[in-house]
Design a protein around this ligand. Structure first.
Ligand SMILES: Nc1ncnc2c1ncn2[C@@H]1O[C@H](COP(=O)(O)OP(=O)(O)O)[C@@H](O)[C@H]1O
Ligand SMILES: Cc1ncc(COP(=O)(O)O)c(N)n1
Length: 268
């Protein structure tokens, strides 16, 4: 059966991040995509010019309308913008017993613009993280969630991943893309005590818009199709590395361009 994946996230008219990236990853990896939109974002490869939050009661209406009809097999949660929207999404996870919940704790766009209000970080930490099967913070997000300095090496990443796990998610994938070096290494820790290091060769490109969205969506899509979280995360990282490798085939915008959801079947 084709898995049905739900993205709860904001938009990106340039098609590289947010809901638009999520749908591309769902389709490319054999899923059927559904969406609940939390914020309309006027953004492109060079940055964010304006954010228009969807009223929280309308986020609830989208969730209720969808989930009373459609069964979903996994959920990817991205930009949530405000405390009120976080609370609505957390309630839906409980009410509909949503399975395979992947939370990408989106806070700031690559351009430096905020996608989550500073006063909503507390709600993300205390209300949403404990409901997640997996969280996928990058290094700045991990530091913000913990109120600490950003990790600068793998040892400090390991310590921070442990502290993130203590906030209540079942698993943490701490992404090391913001470090430099010949490889890009992420750490996967689970509440069962498993620790895995995932390493990929660093791709030499500035087209990295949407890497986090793509990776979390790929994990959510693959989880129902793989026997373990570990296998889903590993295959999703391979998919993302390929999407980065093919990013320079695109010529989108003047800033940090998007990754390319390469389709082996078409050969492009
Ligand atoms: N240049 C790169 N080459 C290969 N992998 C990368 C590169 N940049 C980031 N990644 C990988 O992309 C994923 C997301 O990276 P990261 O930049 O840490 O998060 P975010 O996109 O949320 O800021 C991680 O798996 C990271 O290891
Ligand atoms: C609506 C939305 N959600 C998330 C991101 C972060 O993107 P990235 O994957 O590059 O961190 C973004 N720029 N816009």
């Amino acid at each position: 059966m084709i898995p049905t994946i739900l993205s709860i996230a904001g938009t990106d008219p340039s098609g590289g991040a947010g809901i638009q990236a999520d749908l591309k990853a769902f389709s490319a990896l054999g899923g059927y995509g559904t969406t609940v939109i939390t914020a309309l974002v006027a953004q492109t490869t060079t940055g964010v010019s304006e954010v228009h939050d969807v009223p929280p009661e309308f986020v609830r209406s989208q969730l209720d309308t969808l989930l009373t009809d459609v069964r979903v097999d996994a959920v990817k949660i991205g930009m949530l913008s405000s405390t009120e929207i976080i609370e609505v999404v957390a309630a839906a996870i409980d009410t509909y017993r949503l399975p395979n919940v992947v939370v990408d704790p989106v806070m700031v766009a690559k351009s430096g613009d905020r996608l989550l209000a500073a006063d909503a970080v507390e709600a993300l930490r205390t209300v949403l993280l404990p409901r997640a099967d997996l969280i996928t913070p990058n290094l700045p997000e991990a530091a913000d969630l913990l109120g600490e300095e950003e990790a600068t090496d793998l040892d400090r990443m390991r310590d921070q991943a442990e502290r993130l796990l203590a906030l209540g998610p079942r698993r943490v994938l701490l992404k090391g893309g913001h470090l430099s070096g010949p490889t890009s290494t992420d750490l996967l820790l689970s509440a069962d005590g498993d620790v895995e290091t995932l390493t990929a060769d660093r791709v030499n490109t500035t087209n990295t818009h949407g890497t986090g969205c793509t990776l979390s969506s790929a994990i959510a899509t693959l989880r129902p199709q793989r026997p373990t979280w570990s296998q889903a995360v590993r295959d999703a990282k391979d998919y993302l590395t390929e999407a980065l490798r093919h990013a320079d085939k695109l010529d989108i915008g003047k800033g940090k361009g998007p990754v390319h959801h390469f389709h082996a079947w078409w050969g492009n």
